[in-house]
Design a protein around this ligand. Structure first.
Ligand code: AMP
Length: 308
């Protein structure tokens, strides 16, 4: 068994590993590598080691698992089961902020019962990326006393598993969702009211993502508002929220000091930087080729952009 000290920064992330078929005004792609846990890990790996918990079918191309491994992601908790991989089909019109889901095929995820291998049960940080809240509960309950837990979701689960999702809010430190989901879950149109509702259900921090309009981060004592990084060409927004979460949680997990307001604000900007790279191409094409220096370069450019 791995030494507990070595698990200090390691993130255990559950979520979808998927084959995505997507159309945007600028192009289309069929059965490309996607999924909430895939994008999350591709962002978080710059700051902290990540192990992904997921299931794929026997049709899942081996080259996708090889890519995740090449990026340094621990894939030992991804099981391969008889059947088809989770598939998501979506499209965007010129308002790239909201995806239209055309089809969600859960396939092998429909009956997935995650079993975390013994050494990963000691991970100190747990990220429950967008997936069935019952799977999120099952993973969280197997981890021994995490020091930080966070959770994301999407309208599909708000509509189909709301009770289970609200139950999860009690158990996590940070909750992330986009503005439409915050409104739908809370029943409040105003985002301050929606955040207040979310915080009243348990988490210490609620992060509301607003696509090209940036992000709001609420705690009981403070609010931080950050714009998105200004880009000349946005190609495909799929996975922006997940790579944002990767940069945000990855930075928090590996933060040199205790988590305080200043560390949280830096983490929000690293998340913003990761998301901005992700939307420049389909699938993982852009972020898979990045190095830590690219991240720092854009982080500095963001500081220049927002200084006054
Ligand atoms: P984002 O654009 O950050 O919200 O994430 C998009 C990713 O989430 C895509 O790669 C999809 O494969 C994945 N996805 C879409 N619908 C679901 C769902 N209902 N549960 C889990 N993952 C999903």
């Amino acid at each position: 068994m791995q030494n507990n000290a070595l698990m200090k920064n390691k993130i255990l992330a559950v979520g979808s590993v998927a084959l995505d078929t997507i159309k945007t005004p600028f192009g289309k792609v069929k059965e490309a590598l996607g999924g909430s846990a895939t994008y999350f890990s591709a962002g978080a790996r710059f700051f902290s080691p990540v192990s992904v918990v997921a299931v794929v079918g026997t049709d899942f191309p081996k080259k996708h698992l090889a890519l995740m491994k090449r990026l340094g992601v621990d894939t030992s908790n991804i099981s391969i089961e008889e059947g088809k991989t989770f598939r998501w089909t979506g499209e965007y019109d010129f308002d790239l902020n909201s995806a239209k889901t055309l089809k969600t095929e859960l396939n092998v995820f429909a009956n997935f019962k995650p079993i975390i291998n013994p050494e990963n049960r000691f991970c100190r940080v747990v990220f429950l990326a967008n997936i069935d809240p019952e799977i999120q509960h099952a993973v969280l309950s197997q981890v021994k006393r995490p020091s930080l837990s966070a959770c994301d979701t999407m309208n599909y689960w708000i509509q189909n598993k709301k009770k289970s999702l609200v139950g999860l809010l009690k158990k996590v430190d940070i909750f992330l969702c986009n503005e439409g989901e915050a409104r739908e879950l809370s029943g409040e149109y105003n985002l301050i009211q929606a955040a207040r509702w979310l915080l009243s259900k348990g988490p210490r921090i609620a992060v509301i993502k607003k696509g090209e309009h940036g992000v709001l981060c609420f705690s009981r004592e403070s609010v931080f508002s950050a714009p998105a990084f200004l880009l000349e060409s946005v190609f495909d927004p799929t996975g922006a929220g997940d790579t944002f979460a990767g940069g945000f949680i990855g930075y928090l997990a590996g933060a040199p000091s205790r988590i305080n307001e200043s560390v949280i604000r830096k983490a929000i900007i690293y998340g913003t930087v990761l998301a901005s790279y992700n939307v420049e191409s389909f699938s993982l094409k852009r972020i898979a080729g990045l190095g830590r220096l690219d991240i720092e370069k854009r982080y500095k450019a963001f500081q220049v952009l927002t200084q006054f």
